[in-house]
Design a protein around this ligand. Structure first.
Ligand code: ATP
Length: 618
């Protein structure tokens, strides 16, 4: 397919649906600032002050100096800002108030490019296409075709197979990242696109190409809304609608090519060869003086006051008012419930595939986990090599070995705290943009971590050290030993998952996981005799992984085992279990496994709840 044909394809095939008209009415948005060490609530900061406007299909630019509220307005319109801060006002999309559905039906390109660093540009685009295009109406070939078209349109063909890059891996350039994140949103042919400063950090040529692509979309009836800082003239002249902001207020909204005329009526004359975009920012920043005598405004912004007296504002006010009245007067149409275009199992397949790709491309964690496991298994095997059945060493060494094993199994899982912290920004961004359900992400991450990083190392560990230590030779006993090690490991991991889904800092997560592990170790019943000391805290032993893991290992090894005091005197292992108050019946063994499984399930549910509760608002 030639470039021209592909251009036609992107216009005719990809972007068919007409874009909506977006109206925002009397938006007043505040944030509560936090002060001091204890994060006490500070004064409210008014970020958007009573702003209204209409954004129609076409190129809608929101411009203003830094800190003027462009991104905040874009976020409020796109439904990305915390509704708690909205003091008044409503956003209507095609006459209906915005709901959570908007994130599934629109596209939003964030300012900081949030991409999966281990995947290539092409893989990232395909990931978006796979999850956000209905597989019933889009074949794999169609999705590949769209990816190729976007790659070409955004000049990404040369770096299509280059990885985006991580902290350890140098990847594509900043401009290429930006274009890739734009491509990930445009690939779904959205009818409503939000972009937060899409040209920031790009060279003039690439910025022009992106704006040209957005303009082509808008010419096909799409609604493109973006914030932009200081565009050059060739970019400015592509705008249809312009909203100018200053300190959270609108100083102009209307047709972009009428803005110069509007300001000249206010006495602001542009010098020859000056860029209108620069000129408007100069007016807002007070760098250009009006030739007219503007009336005193009592501290209010004169530009805002003049705008509110202008015919542009009058026209916008009437249109906005009409939509509000229609809605309040009962003309409202019922908002349709929008669901994900892909099913749960389909999303699961795509996410598991990415999680495995990630794991293989960032093997440090999994390889290190396996290498450490083998090292510790050999170490334990050598230290406790072929433990004799003679007393006292037979008993002492077994107790020591089991304690060491459980400590190792529990603490080696500290690495699991990275699971939800490392990819937090990616998850929040993708989830907010309607890529997948939270449950799918949770399950795919858990599966991709548990099987290669926890189950397999536990089995390898048990297989190496069990026979080296010379424990009971029956295969069933080996299986019981391996089961105990695996369940203890998974219970420890699930505690790490809860913390990982709750806090965003690795240092804090380390502390919050290590602390309960140490408490569980102390109250496991082997280091402190809870009956004689700290009896009021003895209930903690029921929460201890160490207790359940150690008990199960002891039951497996001691039952049916005979220890030799000398050649003539033997003592059954059960005597030791009785002395330790360990129930060594069949149920006694299984109740430890059930307890470990119970802790695991409880923590997994808590981790999932925490993940759902993550603050997705900007
Ligand atoms: N969550 C928040 N907490 C405190 N202040 C905030 C918050 N969000 C926005 N602000 C403040 O609101 C004002 C507007 O911010 P916003 O990011 O919308 O501006 P902007 O015009 O997009 O700026 P820039 O061009 O620098 O991105 C700024 O002063 C900013 O510090």
């Amino acid at each position: 397919m030639s470039t021209k044909e592909k251009g036609v394809y992107i216009e005719e095939e990809c972007f068919q649906e007409q874009g909506p008209t977006v109206i925002f009415s009397n938006i007043h948005y505040c944030v509560q600032e936090r002060v001091g060490l204890l994060c006490k609530k500070g004064p409210e900061k008014h970020i958007l002050k009573d702003v209204s406007g209409i954004l129609k299909p076409g190129m809608n630019a929101i411009m203003g100096p830094t800190g003027s509220g462009k991104t905040s307005l874009l976020d409020v319109i796109a439904g990305r800002k915390d509704p708690a801060g909205l003091r008044q006002g409503t956003v209507y999309v095609d006459g209906r108030p915005v709901t959570n559905n908007l994130r599934l039906t629109s596209a939003y390109v964030v300012q900081d490019d949030i991409l999966m660093g281990t995947l290539s540009v092409r893989e990232n685009l395909l990931f978006s296409a796979n999850l956000r295009l209905d597989p019933k109406s889009h074949s794999s070939a169609d999705k590949q075709g769209r990816v190729n078209t976007i790659l070409e349109e955004l000049s990404l063909t040369d770096c299509a197979n280059t990885k985006i890059g991580t902290d350890f891996l140098r990847g594509v350039s900043g401009g290429e990242r930006k274009r890739c994140s734009i491509g990930m949103e445009l690939i779904t042919s959205p009818s409503l696109v939000f972009l937060d400063e899409p040209t920031t950090g790009l060279d003039a040529y690439t910025a022009n190409r992106i704006i040209a692509l957005l303009r082509r979309l808008s010419r096909n009836g799409k609604t493109v809304i973006f914030s932009i800082h200081q565009p050059r003239y060739s970019i400015f002249e592509q705008f249809d609608q312009l909203t100018l902001m200053h300190k959270g207020e609108v100083v102009y909204t209307g047709e972009a090519d009428k803005a110069l005329e509007y300001f000249s009526l206010l006495g602001y004359q542009i010098k020859p060869f000056n860029n209108p975009a620069d000129f408007f920012l100069d007016i807002i920043n007070g760098e250009v003086e009006s030739t007219l005598e503007l009336p005193a405004t009592d501290g209010d912004n004169p530009l805002v006051l003049r705008y509110r007296q202008s015919p542009q504002w009058q026209q916008a006010f009437e249109e906005v008012g009409q939509v509000c009245r229609n809605f309040e007067g009962g003309l409202q149409t019922k908002a349709e419930e929008v669901d994900y275009v892909t099913s749960f199992p389909y999303q699961m397949r795509i996410l598991c595939h990415r999680a495995v790709q990630n794991l293989l491309r960032m093997p440090q964690t999994s390889y290190a986990q396996l290498a450490l496991t083998i090292f510790f298994a050999l170490l334990v095997g050598l230290i406790y090599f072929q433990i004799p059945l003679t007393l006292p060493e037979g008993l002492q060494n077994r107790s020591g070995a089991f304690f060491f094993l459980i400590i190792n199994v529990v603490f080696s899982n500290l690495s699991a705290i990275e699971l939800f912290i490392g990819e937090r920004a990616v998850f929040i961004h993708e989830n907010a943009n309607g890529y997948y359900r939270t449950s799918v992400y949770f399950l795919s991450k858990i599966l991709a971590d548990l099987i290669p990083n926890r189950f397999i190392p536990s089995i390898v560990f048990a297989a190496i050290c069990y026979y080296m230590m010379g424990l009971k030779p029956a295969f069933v006993d080996f299986l019981c030993f391996t089961l105990t090690m695996s369940l203890t490991s998974i219970a420890a991991v699930s505690i790490a998952f809860v913390v990982s889904a709750t806090v965003s800092s690795l240092a804090m997560a380390n502390l919050l996981v290590a602390l309960p592990f140490v408490i569980m170790m102390v109250f496991g019943g082997f280091l402190v005799n809870l009956n004689s000391m700290l009896s009021w805290l003895s209930w903690l032993e029921w929460l201890s992984l160490f207790k359940y893991g150690m008990n199960a290992l002891f039951i497996t090894e001691m039952t049916g085992q005979l220890f030799y005091v000398n050649e003539n005197v033997t003592i059954p292992g059960e005597l030791f279990l009785k002395g330790q108050n360990i129930d060594y019946s069949r149920w006694g063994f299984w109740q430890n496994q059930v307890a470990l499984l119970g802790i695991t399930l409880l923590c997994m549910v808590l981790a999932y709840i925490q993940l759902r509760r993550l603050n997705r608002w900007k």
